[in-house]
Design a protein around this ligand. Structure first.
Ligand code: S3P
Length: 429
């Protein structure tokens, strides 16, 4: 665990950053390339620890995966030819790898054990296992499958109709991936729409899927065809610099190749509603995953309420939005976000504790937080809780204040943004 002392002394932030690949799309590119028979190529892949865990799992299943910088070549003989792994499938810190793998393996002919790090060991798995069991899956694990380690023995599956109790793309995706090997048509109803990368990639690989008014329908047994996946930049990574640019004095930052999938752009809606000075140029709205170039400048910000259907569209951005709200005039309320408690760490507790140490006027609620803007932030020693997004929130805060900020563990940032500190250096003037 590397300690670091960040003493940036309130620099002007100015310049350009090309954000690294989207974590959700990178995971899925490896999964889909491993399902489809033939050669799938990927560009713009995120070299984050989580996505490397996904590669490692599929190599253990016998899929040939070559990584050359951010380009990946996947040679698969199709999922019917995956091999039983002789080792545990280790998913590291990655909830996406753990939950989507369960869906993929449920209908296979494979027996496998999945395990991850200490944080994964605390994250709820029943939400995935319950619908998969309804489809006929055989999964066992600690506390009847609530927690890892989990054992899965592939079995014949049938489609289900399922209403999602929580908005979760990981649960939705696990069901959709299990349906690949199921009989019948799966129908999923979402109350609030979660990120739709799986649906988009199914289409990209040649499958037919319908999405209408929050209902996804997908017929099992369809064959996927190997293709090329161009991974967009991760808007969740861009978010840290969008907020930095809006908060720092005399600043202007341009972010290139930002994924602009409407199920992910809640952060843009929040910045706009708070009055941020932004310029957005969308590159290709028709692409499998659209991208945009976004310029943000120092802004006067006003508090807002963030809740309801907006929450799944920005769930990963709430730590950095909470920091943003410390500068907004008035009281920002974040609610309907109890899901934060089951992320890499309990992000309600972590955000509130750490922003308080920096001098923020913030309080936790059952399903979110309340931030009274306008307090002057100062230096402090912060904990990251081994959570990449809490670590990056602390580092961005360090850019905005005169004093030093200490962070207890910055290695976790490599989970989603291994070049984060290099990118900070690019914009310090
Ligand atoms: C993800 C879905 C979200 C998100 C996570 C990535 C995905 O999790 O928080 O970082 O790639 O499907 P939930 O499905 O738990 O909401």
């Amino acid at each position: 665990m590397a300690d670091v002392r960040l003493h940036y002394k309130k620099p002007i932030l100015h310049g350009d950053i090309t954000v690294p690949g989207d974590k959700s799309v990178s995971h899925r590119s490896i999964m889909f390339g491993s399902i489809a028979e033939g050669r799938t190529t990927v560009s713009g892949f995120l070299l984050g620890d989580d996505c490397l865990s996904t590669i490692d799992c599929f190599r253990k299943l016998g899929v040939e995966i070559e990584l050359n910088d951010t380009n990946v070549v996947i040679d698969s003989q199709g999922m019917k030819n995956w091999k039983e792994p002789i080792d545990i499938l280790y998913t590291g810190n990655s909830g996406t790898t753990t939950r989507l793998m369960l869906g993929l393996l449920a209908g296979s002919s494979i027996h496998a054990i999945l395990n991850g790090d200490a944080s994964i060991g605390k994250r709820p798995m029943k939400r995935v296992i319950t619908p998969l069991r309804k489809m006929g899956a055989h999964i066992t694990g600690r506390m009847d499958g609530q927690y890892t380690p989990l054992a899965i023995k592939g079995s014949p599956l049938h489609a289900i109709e399922y209403t999602m109790p929580v908005a979760s793309a990981q649960v939705k995706s696990a069901i959709l991936l299990a349906t690949l090997q199921a009989e019948g048509t799966t129908v999923i109803h979402e109350k609030s729409v979660s990120r739709d990368h799986t649906e988009r990639m199914l289409r990209q690989f040649g499958a037919e899927i319908t999405v209408e008014n929050g209902t996804v329908s997908y017929k099992g047994g369809q064959t996927l065809h190997a293709t090329h996946v161009d991974v967009p930049g991760d808007i969740s990574s861009a978010a840290f610099f969008l907020v930095a640019g809006a908060m720092a004095e005399n600043s202007e930052i341009t972010l290139h190749n930002v994924g602009f999938n409407p199920t992910r752009t809640g952060i843009i809606d929040v910045l706009a509603a708070m009055g941020a000075d932004m310029r957005i140029i969308v590159a290709d709205e028709e692409a499998a995953e659209p991208t945009a170039t976004i310029t943000v400048r120092t802004s006067d910000l006003a508090a807002i309420t963030i809740d309801g259907e907006l929450i799944p569209r920005l769930i990963d951005e709430i730590p950095i939005i909470a920091l943003l709200a410390t500068k907004a005039k008035g009281t920002t309320v974040i609610r309907d976000a109890a899901e934060l408690k089951v992320k890499e760490t309990d992000r309600i507790t972590a955000v509130v504790n750490e922003l308080k140490k920096l001098g923020a006027d913030i309080e936790a609620t059952d399903d979110g937080m309340i931030i009274h803007g306008g307090s002057e932030l100062h230096g402090a020693s912060l904990q990251t809780y081994g959570d990449h997004r809490i670590g990056m929130m602390g580092a961005i805060a360090a850019l905005l204040i005169d004093d030093a900020v200490e962070l207890d563990d910055i290695e976790c940032i490599a989970v989603s943004y291994p070049t984060f500190f290099e990118d900070i250096q690019k914009i310090i003037k």
